[in-house]
Design a protein around this ligand. Structure first.
Ligand SMILES: Nc1nc(=O)c2c([nH]1)NC[C@@H]1CN(c3ccc(C(=O)N[C@@H](CCC(=O)O)C(=O)O)cc3)CN21
Ligand SMILES: O=c1ccn([C@H]2C[C@H](O)[C@@H](COP(=O)(O)O)O2)c(=O)[nH]1
Length: 294
């Protein structure tokens, strides 16, 4: 995980100031790559605590095709609450706390279906990508092709639907990923590379790395392959100015050895639940808190 620390240092050293959409301000660089060997351990950042329960719950929710945050809130995951909340404020002008909002969304189903909706975000595009001939289940197709035509150069999933981004609470940040197989099922290796147009390097990236690592393990299990490399390609790679203190604190810390993942085998990629996902030997430095830019 030394390379994540080097990546943060690179932005601090080479980044230029940018007054971003959220009016928080960032230091940013353009175009960076990180590569993780999944056989060297599960790439969960160790220089702070990363909330794997949140990561795994969000990934299972993406895979279920969901775009409403209610199931996340019911599982205690509120990482997406700020986006519909912002819309709620826009419409009524009322200012309510995040706690009030979450309580109301859990208690009132109508409220949840009306306001907990993020629009056609990741889950929708992964499972029900809308085209002229109907819907495409990109994940089911990917698993099928990995099994039947592993050497294909077309193992690609896109969350970017140019005709629908204006209906999303937030257009996808990690907008596409590609799989790559060496060898044959039973004796082959699966690598995955994802593209991310915009990268909140302190809060978002550790989540994103863990999420795609978990997805690679799931896909490998489904296609009878061994997880190999995980590659991140970032576009606008930034550190928010109100994260600078915690980033500097993180740079002082020495990474611990990586944990490992235990994933209970399931028949279908759509059957995994949070109970199938266990991280073992996660040794980490204390949590670092920082505000999220909305
Ligand atoms: N500015 C911004 N950064 C993001 O990373 C981000 C967005 N917006 N919008 C959509 C999603 C939501 N994601 C989020 C949202 C919140 C946390 C977060 O607050 N994480 C904390 C606390 C987790 C916990 O409860 O323990 C962390 O320390 O990682 C992380 C990712 C990633 N995405
Ligand atoms: O998975 C995610 C989702 C979001 N982010 C970050 C990247 C940016 O800081 C914001 C999105 O703002 P835009 O103006 O739409 O780029 O969210 C992330 O890092 N990872």
């Amino acid at each position: 995980m030394e390379q994540y620390i080097d990546y943060l240092r690179d932005i601090l050293e080479n980044g230029t100031e940018h007054a971003d959409r959220t009016e928080t301000g960032t230091l940013r660089v353009f175009g960076r790559q990180l590569r993780f060997d999944l056989n060297a351990g599960f790439p969960l950042i160790t220089t702070k605590r990363v909330w794997m329960h949140g990561v795994a719950t969000e990934l299972c929710w993406f895979l279920s095709g969901g775009t409403n945050i209610r199931p996340l809130l019911e599982q205690g995951v509120s990482i997406w609450t700020d986006w519909p909340l912002k819309r709620y404020r826009d419409v009524t002008g009322d200012d309510i706390s995040q706690d009030d909002f979450e309580q109301r969304i859990i208690e009132d189903e109508v409220f949840a279906s009306k306001w907990g909706e993020l629009g056609p975000v990741y889950g929708k595009q992964w499972r029900h990508f809308e085209g002229p001939d109907g819907y495409v289940d990109q994940i089911a197709t990917l698993v099928e092709r990995l099994r039947e035509s592993p050497g294909s150069r077309r193992h690609l999933v896109s969350a970017w639907h140019p005709a629908q981004t204006n209906r999303m609470a937030l257009p996808p940040c990690h907008y596409a990923f590609q799989c790559f197989v060496e060898g044959e099922p039973g004796d082959g290796r699966l690598s995955l590379m994802w593209q991310q147009r915009s990268v909140d390097s302190f809060l978002g990236l550790p989540f994103n790395i863990a999420s795609y690592a978990l997805l690679t393990h799931m896909l490998a299990q489904q296609a009878d392959l061994t997880p190999h490399q995980l590659i991140f390609n970032g576009g606008d790679c930034h550190i928010y100015t109100n994260h600078l203190d915690v980033v500097h604190e993180q740079l002082e810390r020495t990474p611990h050895p990586l944990p490992t993942l235990n994933l209970t085998p399931r028949d279908s990629i759509f059957d995994y639940t949070i109970d199938d996902i266990t991280i073992a030997n996660y040794e980490h430095h204390p949590a670092l808190r920082a505000p999220i830019a909305v």
